[in-house]
Write a protein that binds this ligand. Structure first.
Ligand SMILES: Nc1nc2c(ncn2[C@@H]2O[C@H](COP(=O)(O)OP(=O)(O)OP(=O)(O)O)[C@@H](O)[C@H]2O)c(=O)[nH]1
Ligand SMILES: [Mg+2]
Length: 465
C-alpha cells in the first residue's frame, strides 16, 4: 500500500484539492455497446488503483498519470470490498486481470450488470493537521444495449412494431430476419395465442438481433433479448414486433400486453433502480471498429449514440422527464482502443468523436442541461509502443503483437479520417487487432497495465466538480 507522502509537482498544484471535490460515495456507471471495451476499462482502472504505490516515485508516469490526487501524493490506498453487498453479482476483476496479465489473452465477453466496490483513502491537509478522507467508489458495468430501449417508453406497441419492422427490411438486415418472416407467414391461426408459436417467433426475432449485433449494427430492440441478464428465458422476453394487420388478433393482443409489461417491468425499473443512482457515467465508443466496418454500421452507430444521448438529457421535455432523483452529474464519452492509432492521431480521434456528438446533438441539448461532459481518446490497456521509422520520410508507427502473429511487428495503420461524416472513398485507415503481450507489459500484477489517458479519465470522473 502507499505509505509515503511526496511533495506536489508544481504544475499540478493548480488542480483542486481532493477534499473539496469528492463526496464519500460515488457510483460510476460504465457502459458501451458489445465489445466496446467496458471489461478491459474496469479491469485496468481497478488494477491501476491497487498498484498505484509502485509508481509513487515516478509521478507523471504509469497508468494513473494525470489523476490529480495520485500526482499530488494524496492517494494512500485502494482496496476491493468483497464483503459489501455479497448478494449482488460482482465484476470478475481477478479473473479478468489474470487472463490478461498471466495468460496474455483478452478475457471473454461479460453479460448483464455487475458491480465492484473499491475503498479509496486519501491524505488531506487541514488547519488542524493531517487527516484522511475515504471515498467508496462503486463501479457498475452495464450493457449499452439496454439504453437503446429508452425510446420504447414513449411509443405504443403499434408504433414500435412499425419502426422495428422498417429497420428489419433494410437490405443489410433482410437476410437475417427471413426465418422470422417465414415463421410469421406460417402462423396458421392468429386467432389463437399459442405460447409454442410465441416462443418460436421470439427465438427467430432474437436470432435476427444477434446476427445484426454480431455484424456491428446497433439499432436492435428489445435490447434485453441480446443481454437478458437474470431475465434469461423469462416469458417477458418473448417479445417481437407484428405487422399492423396482425395486431388486433389474440396473438397481437398477447404480445401487445407483453410489450407494456416489458416497458413497465424491465426498462423503467432499470432506470429507476440502477441508472438514476449513478453519479458519474462513462460511455465507451469503439469508433475505430466502425470505421473498419463501413458506412452502414457507422451510420447506425451514429443513430445509436443519438438514442443513448437521450438517457443523459435531464432538461424538461426529455425522454427521462418521469425519472426522479437522477444523480448523474458527469458523463465521459471515451473513445477506446487508442493504442491502435499512432500518437499524432489520438487527438484527431477525440476530434472525430466530438464532431460526431455535435452532429447527432445538433441542438446542443446535452450542453444546455446541467451535465458536465467531456470526450477523451484512451486505451485502457496499451498493447502497442509508439515508434518512428528510421529512414526518411520519418513517420510514426506502432509496434505490437497483432492477433494471429507469432512475433511483434512494426505497423503503420494509416491516418484516421478527419471529416464527419467520413469520406468513405478516402479512408486509408486499417487497424490490426493488437493483443496483450508480456514483452510490452512491465509486471502488470505489481505495476498495473500500460494505458493511455486512463488517469486523465479518472481525474474528470472523480476529482473534478
Ligand atoms: N488494444 C486494445 N484492445 C482493447 C482495449 N479494450 C478493449 N479491447 C479489445 O476489445 C475487446 C472487447 O473488450 P471488452 O472490454 O471485453 O468489451 P466489453 O464492452 O466488456 O464487451 P461485452 O462484455 O461483450 O459487452 C477485447 O477483447 C479486446 O480485443 C484496449 O484498451 N486496447
Ligand atoms: Mg464486458
Amino acid at each position: 500500500m502507499l505509505n509515503q507522502i511526496y511533495p506536489l509537482p508544481m504544475p499540478l498544484q493548480i488542480l483542486r484539492p481532493i477534499d473539496n471535490l469528492i463526496t464519500n460515495h460515488l457510483t460510476l456507471g460504465i457502459s458501451g455497446f458489445a465489445r466496446a471495451g467496458k471489461t478491459i476499462f474496469i479491469t485496468s482502472l481497478t488494477q491501476a488503483l491497487l498498484t498505484a504505490d509502485a509508481w509513487s516515485k515516478q509521478r507523471g508516469q504509469g497508468p494513473l498519470a494525470h489523476f490529480g490526487p495520485f500526482e499530488r501524493g494524496e492517494l494512500i490506498s485502494a482496496r476491493i470490498r468483497d464483503d459489501l453487498h455479497p448478494q449482488r453479482p460482482q465484476f470478475p476483476f481477478r479473473a479478468m486481470r489474470d487472463a490478461i496479465a498471466t495468460g496474455s489473452r483478452w478475457p471473454e465477453a461479460t453479460t448483464g450488470v455487475s458491480h465492484l466496490i473499491i475503498d479509496l483513502e486519501f491524505r488531506r491537509d487541514c488547519w488542524i493537521g493531517n487527516g484522511r478522507k475515504k471515498l467508496q467508489l462503486e463501479i457498475i458495468d452495464y450493457p449499452g444495449e439496454w439504453l437503446i430501449d429508452l425510446p420504447m417508453l414513449s411509443m405504443n406497441y403499434s408504433e414500435w412494431s412499425k419502426e422495428c419492422l422498417n429497420i428489419a427490411k433494410l437490405p443489410e438486415r433482410k437476410l437475417w430476419v427471413k426465418p422470422f418472416w417465414e415463421s410469421l407467414n406460417n402462423v396458421e391461426n392468429s386467432h389463437t395465442d399459442n405460447e409454442e408459436k410465441i416462443i418460436e417467433l421470439s427465438r427467430f426475432w432474437r436470432e435476427y438481433l444477434q446476427h445484426a449485433a454480431a455484424a456491428g449494427y446497433i439499432l436492435n430492440q428489445p435490447g434485453r433479448l441480446l443481454r437478458p441478464d437474470h431475465l434469461r428465458d423469462s416469458p417477458i422476453l418473448r417479445l417481437f414486433p407484428l405487422p399492423e394487420e396482425m395486431q388486433s388478433t389474440p396473438l397481437g393482443q398477447t404480445i401487445n400486453s407483453r410489450y407494456q409489461h416489458y416497458c413497465q417491468k424491465v426498462i423503467r425499473p432499470f432506470y429507476e433502480q440502477t441508472f438514476s443512482r449513478m453519479n458519474r457515467q462513462v460511455v465507451l465508443v469503439d469508433i475505430l471498429r466502425y470505421l473498419q466496418l463501413g458506412e452502414k454500421p457507422f451510420n447506425e452507430l451514429q443513430t445509436g449514440i443519438t438514442q443513448i444521448l437521450a438517457s443523459f438529457r435531464y432538461g424538461k421535455g426529455g425522454a427521462l422527464d418521469w425519472l426522479k432523483g437522477i444523480k448523474t452529474t458527469h458523463v465521459l464519452f471515451a473513445l477506446t482502443k487508442a493504442d491502435h492509432v499512432v500518437r499524432g492521431d489520438r487527438l484527431n480521434l477525440e476530434q472525430l468523436l466530438r464532431r460526431m456528438l455535435a452532429f447527432v446533438d445538433e441542438k446542443n441539448t446535452l450542453r444546455a442541461t446541467t451535465l458536465k461532459h467531456d470526450v477523451m481518446a484512451l486505451a485502457s490497456i496499451a498493447t502497442t509502443e509508439d515508434r518512428k521509422t528510421i529512414s526518411p520520410p520519418v513517420r510514426e508507427i506502432l509496434y505490437g503483437l497483432p492477433a494471429g502473429y507469432n512475433e511483434l511487428v512494426q505497423y503503420d495503420p494509416g491516418g484516421i479520417p478527419l471529416d464527419m461524416p467520413p469520406d468513405w472513398n478516402e479512408i486509408q485507415f486499417q487497424y490490426l487487432d493488437f493483443q496483450p503481450t508480456k514483452q510490452l507489459m512491465q509486471e502488470p500484477l505489481y505495476r498495473g497495465f500500460p494505458a493511455i489517458n486512463l488517469g486523465r479519465a479518472l481525474n474528470f470522473l472523480i476529482a473534478e466538480d
